[in-house]
Design a protein around this ligand. Structure first.
Ligand code: FMN
Length: 185
């Protein structure tokens, strides 16, 4: 069975990032695949300690809830990473997650655990959906070393209203179809 791992960085359980990711997870399950959903704000995990242990072994030296989730990711077919935009960047929990992804890449910046389809989801207060485009491009340039092949990037603009996404049929349909693409060959 195919497996998709979802990492949500939004603290708002009724917010836009979660609504979009839930629609993707539903599509994954409707296709007969497994969707593992992690809400980072509910998890106990440490920031990367900078020990460089993962340069010489495949595992993180820290054992906590995020290392368990990353172990799931190692054997997954796809990943979805969702974040609200805080201070023109991804929120803190997602930044900490990226640091903890260090074990996914080897000494030559090659992925240790194969290629996985990836989708990113962002919700922002700004009304211009292109406002943070160059930042997203820069951030996504990390992905090849983790083995992430980006197939879509969904942006919810004017997202201070938590119901912006789930009241917009076009966004919800896009999310569902994107979820299906994660598990279809
Ligand atoms: C601390 C904080 C900082 C924020 N910074 C930005 C920002 O720099 N740019 C922006 O467009 N929106 C910013 N916002 C608004 C959020 O991105 C917006 O409310 C988002 O849609 C929330 O996503 P959610 O519904 O998934 O929780 C900020 C919100 C908070 C709480």
């Amino acid at each position: 069975m195919k497996k998709v791992v979802f990492f949500n960085g939004s603290p708002r359980s009724d917010g836009n990032t979660v609504s979009i990711m839930n629609a993707m997870a539903k599509a994954v399950r409707d296709c007969g695949a497994e969707a593992k959903f992690y809400n980072l704000l509910k998890m106990k995990y440490r920031a990367c300690q900078g020990c460089f242990g993962c340069r010489f072994q495949e595992d993180c030296t820290i054992k906590d809830e995020i290392s368990e989730a990353i172990n799931e990711l190692k054997t997954a077919d796809a990943v979805v990473i969702g974040s609200p935009i805080y201070m023109m960047q991804v929120c803190g929990p997602i930044k900490n997650l990226y640091d903890r992804f260090f074990p996914l890449t080897d000494m030559e910046w090659k992925p240790r655990f194969g290629t996985k389809k990836a989708i990113t989801v962002y919700s922002q207060g700004a009304d211009d959906p292109h406002a943070y485009e160059s930042y997203f491009e820069y951030l996504h340039s990390l992905f090849p070393m983790f083995g992430f092949k980006l197939i879509d990037c969904m942006i919810c603009a004017e997202g201070n209203d938590p119901s912006r996404a789930d009241t917009n049929q076009e966004i919800m349909l896009h999310a569902y179809e994107a979820g299906m693409r994660l598990v279809k060959d």
